[in-house]
Design a protein around this ligand. Sequence first.
Ligand SMILES: [Zn+2]
Length: 90
Amino acid sequence: MKKLPSRTCMGCNTQKLKKELIRIVKNKEGKLSIDRTGKMPGRGAYICDNQECLKKAINSKRLEKCFETQIDESIYKELENTINKECNID
Ligand SMILES: [Zn+2]
């Protein structure tokens, strides 16, 4: 049985395959960025590709706790734009 790498979402706490999640990474300088390749060096946190989980993560401040730093509004905005907007209602 092969084991695919999985990580826990900071929003819903569910384990998912790494490739299904969006990675946020903190580099040596303490700068946060969204890692679309999954290969950037640094400490990473993961979130599902949906707005619901992003909202949960923002409200619970779990990303702040995880990275032990303040998270800039622009990072959240960027995440919001990165994440699928599949739930749009006409
Ligand atoms: Zn999630």
